[in-house]
Ligand binder design. Structure first.
Ligand code: ZN
Length: 474
């Protein structure tokens, strides 16, 4: 079988760039860089990821909304830190037809400033709280660095949840719920991740604090897949989102947000794929089983009928299946579906029909085995679990082997992946270590602290208060 020109293990970045087009995910020829043309297979995959997100949102009583793309400048400018953070990244609309607008509009880089003036109208009393909403829309950020499909883009396929609460504690409860959503979602995607609390200087513009969700790519760089933000009342004050308490007082809401994007797809490609192409976790594979008829002269009808019959049985059992009847060789079909990452391939030829069996081939391991027709549904479902476990275990191994907790900068220097060093809580020290390691601060672990143990900051020698993570990032 032909393989990709670039090998994942030798040149990860070039392999990634090649595979996103070969596997029919996107077309990079659009004349504005970073604005993705989603091809059918890529769009289907993204829709399946969105479906898992929607499932989690509905289960936790979030309501889906859809706000306008355009935001008036005056609304955008109400929260100072937010403008400072996003000011240089927004696209402005200055004209409508031939007329210059009296007030400029911008394309949403994120939707706080579109939603919150309306939230202030929706929320009147404590009975309206909590307000839990989300939307999946495109957002725009003017990216000046080199763009990369699904990883660094200017038009972002964006999931954003926005919630309003009576007080800080209730908003904190929301953050706990958000962490649970991440756990369930990323398990289905077979993506192990780490939560880090971003340092003050690197939190979301306007947030009280930010927790990031990062994965480790095989290149040794981390990729941020999402973030959870506690806003406290930083936005509700300028946007006047307040409510009347039971005893008649007016109080500002506390808010949280949760953001994710098509970077999830980027992580699936990069972490699970191999030299033959994508390997999609069964949960999100648009096609979970492809059935290939092995045709011999004179037996065509018999073989096609057997394939159709199995396909129907799988679909009836909620398995996404298809028979590939194209008039090309089976070898070319294998190549094609391996590129696209279909988790299971079934081959059926005249001999299999005689033996009342099918041949089952796993995409992740290449293992091939005969399965009795009668037990095909259960076996395929069992194999889905095995494939998911295998993908997760491999990715977890990569992550675990590349988190290095060390005490000195010298020990950190030759390590690849994520470095954890003791930190004194002084911004200058962290920024200097970033320089020396040629990486970025990811933030502190959210569960692990230094209780009862004494470490010193490797730079200034003062007592450390936490671990700080550094990594090369996308
Ligand atoms: Zn220090």
């Amino acid at each position: 079988m032909p393989e990709t020109k670039y090998k994942k293990t030798e040149d990860f970045n070039e392999w990634y760039n090649e595979i996103v087009e070969l596997a029919d995910l996107c077309d990079k020829r659009y004349p504005i860089k970073g604005m993705n043309v989603w091809r059918p297979h890529g769009w289907k995959l993204m829709n399946h990821i969105d479906k898992l997100i929607r499932y989690e949102m509905e289960k936790t009583n979030h309501q889906e909304v859809n706000f306008p793309l355009l935001i008036p400048e005056s609304l955008f400018k109400k929260e100072e830190e937010h403008i400072e953070g996003f000011g240089s990244e927004v696209y402005w609309i200055t004209h409508a037809g031939i007329n210059e607008l009296e007030e400029r509009w911008l394309l949403r880089p994120t939707s706080e400033t579109a939603m919150y003036p309306i939230f202030s109208l929706w929320i009147r009393s404590h009975a309206d709280l909590p307000l839990k909403t989300y939307q999946i829309v495109n957002t725009f950020r003017y990216e000046t660095k080199q763009t990369r499909a699904f990883i660094r883009v200017r038009e972002i396929h964006f999931f954003e949840a926005h919630t309003c609460h009576t007080d800080f504690e209730d908003a904190e409860r929301q953050i706990e719920e958000d962490k649970g959503i991440a756990e369930r979602l990323f398990k289905k995607l077979c993506l192990p991740y780490i939560f880090s609390k971003r340092p003050e200087w690197d939190k979301f513009a306007g947030a009280h604090y930010t927790i990031s969700i990062d994965v480790l790519m095989p290149s040794g760089r981390t990729l941020q897949l999402g973030s959870i933000h506690q806003y406290r009342d930083n936005f509700s004050k300028p946007y006047e989102i307040s409510y009347e308490t039971e005893d008649g007082k007016h109080t500002f809401c506390h808010q949280t947000t949760y953001g994710m994007s098509e970077r999830i797809l980027g992580a699936l490609i990069g972490i699970h794929g191999d030299n033959k192409g994508l390997i999609m976790p069964p949960e999100v594979a648009p096609l979970q089983v492809v059935i290939i008829p092995i045709i011999f002269k004179g037996k065509e009808k018999k073989v096609i009928d057997a394939c159709d019959k199995l396909c129907k049985k799988l679909i009836d059992n909620n398995i996404r299946a298809e028979v590939d009847k194209r008039e090309i060789t089976p070898g070319n079909k294998y190549y094609d579906w391996e590129l696209k990452g279909v988790p299971i391939r079934i081959e059926i030829g005249p001999r299999d029909i005689e033996k009342k069996q099918i041949m089952l081939v796993r995409r992740d391991t290449g293992d091939k085995k005969p399965v009795l027709q009668d037990s095909s549904v259960q076996t395929i479902k069992d194999e889905f679990i095995k494939i998911s476990d295998n993908l997760y275990t491999k990715a977890k191994k990569l992550l675990d082997e590349n988190i290095h907790r060390v005490n000195t900068i010298d020990e950190a220097k030759d390590k690849k992946g994520i470095i954890e060093l003791p930190w004194c809580n002084n911004e200058k020290c962290a920024l200097e270590i970033e320089n020396v390691l040629d990486g970025n601060t990811l933030g502190e672990p959210i569960t692990d602290n230094m209780k009862n143990k004494k470490y010193t900051c490797p730079l200034c020698g003062k007592t450390a208060v936490t671990w700080m993570r550094y990594a090369k990032t996308y």
